[in-house]
Design a protein around this ligand. Structure first.
Ligand SMILES: [Zn+2]
Length: 298
């Protein structure tokens, strides 16, 4: 059931929230499209039957399958144009890039070629740049929120802030205490940017619409701090990356049930290690032809 947030901004709650904005010409623009054709069908039905109009464009926050997976189905039926952030558009046009990146840049094992990671490819007609964009008759302020993905953008429209996956709801953090991210240094800075973005309502990629991001930023920041503290306690002696992961998951009591869950976490841990090395908290050295991580004082 779609929720009216302002005169012309709606949100369709679901596994991934989909924004619907009415442009000056009366047609609709979607913010993200969900994982596949199921949420896409619901969005199209809402736009056609409840709003009595057509979809002119889809603007994606980032190139993860659960945010653009409905694009291809919608584009075929509505001819809508697709706009996305630079870099993230690459995984939308070439969805196999997502498992390739998770698998360290190599030809990914079949276990990573799942519909959760590999959506149907989407065309991309134009790039959204940080700052003010006029897209399909809507004035949108694009706010750089990179770090969760390569180049995620948040969109501020009429005081409604579509902030993508800059934060996850508390229930998600309980289930996944180490949420996927591409770059921790940038993600932390982006969380600050998001927290200071002046708006009336916030629509995160997942979970309920909020008045303010303050509480979720604090919770997400606390989850990150827990991972950092645990990682620093693990790297108290020279260790290989895989051994660090094993120790981290044991100490955080994570049950990693399948290769997909592991390969979402493996680059995430790499992002943490890069961040901590940048801060001088740990360092890397070559030992017996391998990279080993060690405490700064060792
Ligand atoms: Zn995401």
């Amino acid at each position: 059931m779609a929720k009216n947030l302002t005169e012309r901004v709606y949100v369709m709650p679901g596994g991934t929230n989909i924004g619907v904005v009415i442009a000056d010409d009366g047609r609709a623009v979607l913010i993200d499209s969900g994982l596949n054709d199921t949420p896409a069908r619901k969005a199209l039905r809402f736009v056609r039957e409840d709003l009595g109009t057509e979809i002119a464009a889809i603007i994606n926050t980032h190139g993860h399958a659960d945010h653009f997976g409905g694009n291809a189905w919608l584009v075929k039926r509505t001819n809508s144009r697709v706009y996305a952030p630079d870099l993230d558009e690459m995984t939308m046009r070439h969805p196999l890039m997502q498992p390739i990146m998770l698998y360290g840049g190599a030809d990914p094992v079949d276990a990573l070629r799942t519909s959760f990671l590999v959506a149907e490819a989407s065309p991309v007609d134009g790039l959204v740049r940080p700052g003010i964009n006029d897209i399909s008759g809507i004035r949108i302020q694009a706010i750089p929120l990179g770090g969760h993905s390569l180049n995620q953008l948040g969109y501020l429209i009429d005081g409604v802030f579509f902030c993508g996956d800059i934060v996850f709801p508390a229930v998600t953090l309980e289930k996944y205490p180490i949420p996927y991210l591409h770059g921790l240094t940038e993600h932390l800075a982006s969380m600050e940017v998001a927290a200071h973005t002046v708006c009336d309502r916030v629509v995160p990629g997942h979970g309920p619409v909020l008045e303010t991001l303050d509480d979720l930023v604090a919770r997400n920041r606390a989850a990150i701090d827990t991972v950092i503290a645990t990682l620093l306690s693990v790297v108290n002696r020279p260790l290989l990356g895989d051994e660090i992961c094993r120790q981290l998951f044991i100490r955080m009591n994570l049950q990693i049930a399948d290769p997909q869950a592991y390969y979402l976490l493996r680059p995430t841990v790499n992002a943490y290690l890069a961040h901590l090395e940048r801060l001088g908290e740990i360092r890397l050295e070559m030992e017996q032809s391998s990279v080993v991580w060690m405490p700064k004082t060792a």
